[in-house]
Structures are given as C-alpha cells and as structure tokens.
Design a protein around this ligand. Structure first.
Ligand code: ADP
Ligand code: MG
Length: 446
C-alpha cells in the first residue's frame, strides 16, 4: 500500500469518531488520497460541489485528524476529478511556507533586569542599542554562561525598541529557529523562488535582528553561509544586529573566519556570574514579581545555596514558594531550609506517579484537582490540563491510554493532541516554556 494511503487510513480512524456518521459516510469515505507532496497530502474528490462541501465544513476536522493521528501531514490539497489544480488555492499562490515567528516575552524588560557589577556593562550597552538601534554598536555580541540573562536582555531590547517605535520591525529568533526555517526552504527544492523570498522577507526585511544562541552555528555550513549574507545585507543598511552565544565567537567550532570577524567587529559584551548582593536582589525581585515577599535572610540563604547562574536560583525560589503553598505556611527561613534540604534528600527517592505530577500542576496553577481533571473548557483550566498531560507523557513511560485515564478519563487522541500542542507552544511561547520548565524542576525536585 502507498504511504499516502496509510496516512489517510490513520486519519480515517480519527475522523470516524470526530465527524457525524452521515458526514463520514457521505463525504469522508468518498475522498481518495492520491499523492503526498512534501508534507501536503493530495486528496481527490468526485465533483466541485463535493470539494466545496468538504472545504467549508470538514477541512478543519480533516487537518485536525491528520495531526491527531501523527501523520506528519501539515496541509492538504484537494483536486477535483481529473484536474490537478488545488481547489483550496485556485486563486492564490501565496500560502506561507514557514512556520510563524517567535514571540517576544513581555516580562523580559530592562525594568525587570537587576543590574549589578556582573552585568552593568551589558546593561548599558543594551540600553544604548535599544535607544538608537543601528547607530551605536553594531553588532552587539553578548556572550557568557547559561542562565546569566542573555536571553532576558535581548528580549528587553526588543520590547524597548517596540515601545518607542511601534512600527519598527523587530525579529527575535533562536539560531535553531533560523536553521529550521532555512531547512524548510531547502526542503521545498532549489527552484522554489517564493520560498527563498519568504525566508529573506522574514530575516532581511527587519530593522532589528536578534539571534540567540549562535553557538549552534557550529558545524552548520549552509546555515553559516546564509547567515553571512543576512548579516551583510542588514549591516550594509545600518540595521541593528544583536547576537548571543554561550562562549566567545573564537570558541565556536568551525565558525568561518569571516563570521568571527563580523561578530567581533561591533561591541562584545560579556556576562559573568553575579556577586552575592546581585543574587540576593534578583531573588527578591523574582519573588515580588510573583507577589511574594521574602526576607533578606531567606533571599541570602537561597543566594548562598544556589549555584552561580540565575536560572538555578529561580529554581530554588520556586521550591520555596511551592513548599509555602503546599503547607499553607508563610515563607520563613525555617520553611526555606526545610524545602531545600528536602529537595536534596528526596532526589531520586521519589517515585514518579501521575498523582504526583497532577498535584504539582494543581498547586502551581492554583486550580483544584476536580477542575483540572474535569470537563470545563475555560483557558485557565485547559492550559494547565494540557501542560499536565504533556508532563506525564514526557516524564513517565506509560501508555497513552493510561495517561488519558489518569487525566480524568480522556481519550488517547486527546492526550496526543495536548502533547503536540504544548510541544509547539514551548517553541513559540516563552511563558509556557518557562512554566513547563519550572514544573519539571519541581516534579524532579532538581
Ligand atoms: P541565558 O539566556 O543567559 O541562558 P536567561 O536570559 O534565559 O539566561 O536567564 C535565565 C533566567 O534568569 C530568566 O528567568 C531571567 O529572567 C533571569 N535573569 C537572568 N539575569 C537576570 C537579571 N539580571 N535580573 C533579573 N532576572 C535575570
Ligand atoms: Mg538564552
């Protein structure tokens, strides 16, 4: 059997349950899969009327079913009779090839960035660039260990530029996203001028380009090549470029000499681990953002016990906040010490259970277990519910059906849907990415 037939059969199984039996027998069963073009499945139908009916009433369900069944198909083309024209795009050729671009986290601002001796230089450089993009330091290259605020300050620049100039075109992407977009275009085939155009529109048609974690350019020749041209084009027009890496450009393996030279040609700003005073200030600041007040004593205790990066410091703070929620007790030094001691001694001891994960998610989002596992569909519940489902699939190796049962008797297709949805969101929505990460740390008591 042809692969597209197999893919379609899998989708049919889902469609049987998601469409009415009349729609299923009158329409769905009369559709014939005829080809696969990249990730687009070509479906043939008997008549225009039929195509119209499908496209207006059933297309969403079909796309959803292809997704639920994990076929990898992302779009469909509908042909009528012997014609090969896509009924869905008879009039336009401009379907976007690239996935949407990345969001900028509104919480990462200059205001929420705590300045100390370890990042003072970076802060002033970033401020100068944000005030007058393209005219101060170009490129601004930020480097230093992980968890030290590189991503935060880059988003802060983006937020600031947008706040003073609403029409500025600011693009933030990780180097990975840049690479993936490039791969998508290459996969469409060399002849696809529209693909290349779309890629260039995205990356070259900007006022400020921010690329995070360029150490991922290591060993990627084609990406380096494209990056070089993107860089030159923007630089030539005095457009601001901001880059980050977890090391100096000279330490990025196989980075071409010409890129190294470009990267070092602007301003290099290094971030180092914060001193204890800055760490204390950051802990207090993060607590305040989450509407908790913690004493200097507790903040000092956390700062002294965390490792040198700020992400791990936030992890400790989460643990303490979580303990306070769990025991419904205020954050005292005793509670903090207990929470951190326990999390260390519990390492590896705790058996992973669905109950454990569900309870953690409930406390984290402050929702009841009944609501989390229930049927209510408001966003405040749906999101935690899908995140919880995602976490179980990630952290435990148990069958999807069992997960569905644990999540209040849901179908395994719902589990797959939640998992895919959150996997996608993690890539595009920094808030979700952070929450999922915090939850993982809480569950794993890291
Ligand atoms: P990096 O990109 O260098 O790995 P991030 O920017 O992701 O680090 O920072 C990790 C976490 O620490 C984020 O939640 C960020 O808000 C926080 N953080 C880092 N530096 C600071 C700072 N100076 N003030 C406030 N929060 C900070
Ligand atoms: Mg980062």
């Amino acid at each position: 059997m042809e692969n597209y037939q197999l893919l379609w059969n899998n989708a049919l199984e889902v469609l049987r349950t998601t469409t009415s039996s009349i729609a299923y027998t009158t329409y769905i069963l009369k559709i014939t899969p005829v080809d696969l073009e990249g990730r687009k499945l070509v479906l043939n139908v008997p008549s225009e009327l039929f195509a119209k009916e499908i496209s207006t009433r059933l297309l969403d369900k079909i796309l959803q079913a292809l997704k639920t069944a994990e076929t990898g198909v992302t779009s469909v083309k509908i042909t009528v009779g012997n014609s090969t024209v896509d009924y869905l795009h008879k009039d336009d050729e401009n379907e976007p090839l690239l996935e949407s671009s990345m969001e900028i986290n509104p919480k990462y601002t200059f205001d929420s960035f705590v300045v100390g001796s370890s990042n003072k230089f970076l802060y002033s450089a970033a401020k100068a660039v944000a005030e007058d993009p393209g005219n101060n330091y170009n490129p601004l290259f930020i480097y230093g260990g992980t968890g030290l605020g590189k991503t935060h300050i880059m988003h802060a620049i983006a937020n600031h530029v947008k706040s003073i100039n609403k029409t500025a075109n600011v693009l933030y992407a990780t180097c990975e996203k840049f690479t993936n977009d490039l791969i998508t275009i290459i996969r469409q085939g060399k002849g696809s001028a529209s693909g290349t155009q779309e890629f260039r529109n995205r990356y070259r048609n900007v006022d400020v380009l921010i690329i995070d974690d360029v150490q991922f350019l290591a060993n990627k020749e084609a990406t380096q090549e494209e990056f070089f041209h993107t860089f030159n084009e923007l630089y030539g027009q005095d457009k601001q470029i901001i880059l980050s890496a977890d090391c100096h450009p000279r330490e990025i393996a196989t980075l071409s000499e010409r890129l190294k030279t470009r990267f070092e040609g602007g301003l290099m700003a290094q971030v180092v681990s914060p001193d204890i005073e800055t760490k204390i200030a950051i802990v207090q600041r993060k607590a305040e953002e989450r509407k908790y007040i913690i004493s200097t004593e507790v903040a000092t205790y956390l700062a002294e016990n965390g490792s040198n990066d700020i992400r791990s410091l936030e992890g400790l703070l989460n643990k303490v906040i979580f303990a306070s929620l769990l025991h419904e007790a205020p954050i005292t030094i005793g509670l903090a010490m207990e929470a951190i001691k326990q999390s260390v001694s519990n390492e590896n001891k705790e058996v992973m259970t669905t109950t454990n994960i569900i309870n953690t998610v409930c406390s984290f989002y402050n929702v009841s277990k009944n609501d989390l596992l229930g049927k209510k569909k408001n966003k405040e519940l749906v999101e935690p519910r899908q995140i919880c489902t995602y976490l179980i699939t990630e952290l435990m190796s148990i069958p999807l059906v069992t997960i569905g049962q644990a999540m209040g008797g849901r179908d395994h297709t719902t589990v797959i849907h939640a998992r895919n949805k959150i996997t996608e969101l993690i890539k595009t929505n920094p808030r979700i990415a952070t929450e999922v990460n915090d939850l993982k740390n809480l569950i794993l008591k890291k």
